[in-house]
Structures are given as structure tokens and as C-alpha cells.
Design a protein around this ligand. Sequence first.
Ligand code: AR6
Length: 174
Amino acid sequence: MGIEKNGVNIECVQGDISRQDDVDVVVNAANSELAPGGGVAGVIHRAAGSELYEECKDLAPIDVGECVLTNAYNLPNTYVIHCLGPRYGIDKPEKELLSSCYANALELADGKGVESIAFPSISTGAFGYPFRDAAEVALGTVFKKVDNLKNLEKIRFVLYSQNDFLVFKDILGR
Ligand code: AR6
């Protein structure tokens, strides 16, 4: 499922963020220490190998809403962008902080000159952000940012469950 805006393809798929072999950048739903953890951070670090955490150690800690870029090692991508999303009910204002994650990641990737990026749904697992609200923030931010991108041509959301995919599909179809 996808749409085009300003020459940029915005799409959503059901799948695993660590298996997106046709995109330049994958985004990690990181913790502040950029360490391997559960959920997305777990699969990304496992698939990339231990060199990823070695590079991450020098860049940590990061703030909520902040993003940093590393190599992707054994992942089938060129870079990983690690974003720290807000913990729902704790880090406020959560909507602005979640939006910053997407906006900052898009700027960072676009500045590197890459053409494609894949996002998971940041903050909606361990960090407890209600899924539909987070999806509205994610897609709303991407829609605003696409008008200012120079290099990115494809922005993909990778949703783990079918329900989550259907929520993105519904919002994207409006
Ligand atoms: N591919 C795509 N999406 C996934 C995958 C996958 N392989 N696995 C889970 N999801 P989370 P957060 C979905 O918890 O809420 C970690 O322990 C999942 O269903 O990974 O930002 C870190 O170390 C959910 O919708 O990220 C941090 O401490 C979404 O990805 C903390 O969790 C995000 O879930 C970050 O929490």
C-alpha cells in the first residue's frame, strides 16, 4: 500500500524491520544507551552483529526525540538511524517528541544523500504509545517533511502485526 507526494513514495508493509534489503537506511526504536534490547532494538542488533553496539557506545547516551546514524554492518542496508522515542505518559510533550524522531531521522537520511528509508512504529512497543495515535503522528510528520526533501524517494513503514499494518493503511488511504 503506498501513495506519492511531491515525488516521494510513502508506503506501509507488514514485515520485519531487519529484513528490508531494498532500502538504504533502517530506523531503530532505540534506548538511550543505544544498546541491544527487546523489540526492534533486539532484532536490529542481532542482525547487524556486535560491531554495531561497538560503534553505538561512543554515540550514547542520546536524548528523547534525538537520532544518530551508524553503519549497518551485517544488515542488508547502508546505515542505521537510531531514534529514542518518548515513553508514553513520562516523556512530555510526547506528541512533539515522537514527531521529532521522524523529522530528525528524515533530515539525517536526506542529508546523507540516500534514496530510501524504512521506519518501524517508534514508541508503540515497550514505550507504550497508543498505536493509532502514534501512527497519526508518524504519517502526519512524514507528510509535512516530504516537501523539503532533496534525495529521499521512498519512505516505508514496516509494521510487525497485521492489525498495525491495517491502521497505517487506513490512515495512508485517507
Ligand atoms: N520489525 C518491525 N516492527 C517490530 C519488530 C520487527 N522485527 N519487532 C517489534 N516491532 P519496541 P519502543 C514493533 O518495543 O516502544 C526496546 O527494548 C512493535 O510491535 O521495539 O520504541 C529498546 O531497547 C511496536 O509496535 O520500541 C527500548 O528500551 C514497535 O515495533 C524500548 O524497547 C516498537 O516497539 C523502545 O521501545
